[in-house]
Design a protein around this ligand. Structure first.
Ligand SMILES: [Zn+2]
Length: 421
């Protein structure tokens, strides 16, 4: 038996006999409308992986007879669904910091600032490992510490240290304006903090917590333009009134507009066919006023829809993308197939990395999830066993070598045939 979460650093791996192999192969862009429900299922499917990269996908009989499969470590996935790992493209993993429930934002930022990086990193690691056990293999993590530069930089440094262990973390700087001095905060973020973040390569995205206060909208435009000029991709955190946020997101071609609980017909129409991904978060309704975003309307009108957890250690502590999918099906009316695509390949599009993750296609990275149910029709009464493979690294900094060394010691896969528990 394998451990629930294991790591193979290198070598050739043959996964064989999956009752349903969900490839998610398809068009290059985000999946929308009818395409969203097409998972590219191969019955009795197999995969061949070499050094962390997917080499072949197809019926088991064909894949296992390839010359390259000789001598591979075999993983028997008989009776299981095999699919890409979940891409959780919207979380508040690092702020407010875990373990400090109920603090106001300023106090939470002060607590983060005074915490050691090691202590904060340890808490984050515990959450990441739990996410991995639930099938997530890539997670986006936002900051949002307000005008506290040291807290912001510490949060980003802690996130950047995770690289791919225990899973891939994509850091995002989230600008959150205080009630007072909004313009001054925007200027500071744009002229001082963002250039520093960019120089140190600490974030991949610049996000914007939307505010309905009209006077700051001109500043928002400058922020999006400035972030883009620095080479950061942009997102909008639109959990207030949606129309202006959606319009600005479309005008400035941000990668995604997120939340959208209050989106109405006009926003649905605006997002139809747009390249901007609408990232929907079914879990936070437990703490707001019960409003779900109009997921079915968005899908039917051809918007690119992704699903994410909005994990927040204080008020949205759900880290399981399985729960997100279950809620999306039960409360938002998506079909399981649509929810799976929204939580994998479209999540990858919401992070601008669908060229390397989100589907099982030759050339892509091979983080995988194995599912207990016999078919996806068993959803959502399921639980996951997650399996990771990683590209081997023969060169790199001493820091990287140390990390890989730790991972190697955790590897527990003998050569020969093994079964997924
Ligand atoms: Zn959020």
């Amino acid at each position: 038996m394998l451990q629930l979460s294991g790591v193979i650093d290198t070598g050739t791996i043959l996964i064989r006999g999956a009752r349903q192999l969900l490839t998610l192969r398809g068009a290059r862009g985000p999946r929308r409308a009818a395409e969203l429900g097409e998972l590219g299922i191969i019955p009795d499917g197999g995969l061949l992986i070499r050094d962390g990269v997917l080499v072949q996908v197809g019926p088991t009989r064909r894949v296992e007879n390839l010359a390259g499969a000789r001598g591979a470590v075999e993983i028997n996935a008989a009776g299981k669904v095999v699919m890409p790992g979940f891409v959780d493209s919207h979380t508040h993993l690092v702020f407010p910091p875990p373990g400090n429930a109920g603090l106001a934002e300023e106090s939470a930022a002060a607590r983060l600032r005074s915490s050691t990086g090691q202590r904060l990193g340890g808490r984050i690691r515990t959450i990441l490992e739990a996410m991995a056990r639930h099938g997530t293999t890539t997670v986006e993590a936002k900051t949002g510490c307000g005008m506290d530069e040291s807290a912001e930089l510490k949060a980003l440094r802690v996130l950047a240290a995770f690289v791919e262990d225990p899973l891939e973390v994509i850091p995002t700087f989230l600008l959150r304006l205080p009630d007072e001095n909004g313009e001054r905060t925007l200027e500071w973020a744009l002229n001082e903090l963002l250039p520093k973040i960019r120089r140190r390569n600490l974030a991949q995205f610049a996000d914007l917590a939307w505010s309905d206060r009209q006077p700051v909208h001109a500043g928002f435009l400058k922020y999006l333009e400035g972030a883009r000029n620095l080479g950061l991709r942009c997102k909008i955190h639109a959990d207030g009134e949606a129309p202006a946020a959606v319009a600005m997101g479309l005008d400035h071609l941000v990668v995604s507009v997120d939340h959208l609980e209050r989106a109405r017909e006009s926003e649905v129409a605006a997002l139809a066919g747009a390249s901007v991904v609408a990232t929907l978060l079914p879990v936070p309704v437990w703490r707001t006023d019960g409003l779900f975003p109009p997921a079915r309307d968005l899908v039917e009108r051809g918007a690119a829809v992704a699903l994410a957890s909005n994990f927040n250690a204080h008020h949205t502590p759900t880290l399981s993308m399985q729960t997100v999918i279950a809620l999306a099906c039960l409360q938002m009316g998506l079909a399981p197939e649509q929810a799976i695509a929204a939580a994998t390949i479209n999540g990858a599009h919401a992070l601008g990395c669908a060229d390397r993750i989100g589907s099982l296609e030759p050339g892509k990275a091979t983080t995988r999830s194995f599912w207990r149910p016999a078919t996806i029709a068993s959803w959502p009464a399921s639980s996951a066993s997650t399996w990771f493979t990683r590209r081997s690294r023969t060169a790199g900094s001493s820091t990287n070598r140390a990390k890989w060394g730790r991972a190697t010691r955790r590897t527990c896969v003998p050569p020969g045939r093994v079964s997924v528990p």
